[in-house]
Design a protein. Sequence first.
Length: 113
Amino acid sequence: MEAKLARYYQLKQLQKATESEIEQLRQQILAECREDQVIEAGEYKLTIHNQHRREYDDQKLYDALPDAALWRLLSKADAAKINSMLKLKVISDELLQGTFHVKQVPVIRVEKQ
């Protein structure tokens, strides 16, 4: 068991280091390249585009929901849960007007050709 725990710990440390390096490289790539751009370098293809994400205000969302039971389902402004409720037509998009702002997040994708 000790060997399994040691290996697990080792892999988690490696994962943290890898994620940190990926984030540094991402920031460097975004600093050098424009958004909505495709670049080919050797056998790699870089695509950058903006993703629109809604960031909800807890208080405004609570005030907009017609039933307190819906808020208990959410417990906080969780975009994934809100999107699920929209898809299931539990709430409408009109109901959410003014409860969020749209944040543009640059997304990069690197493919090997």
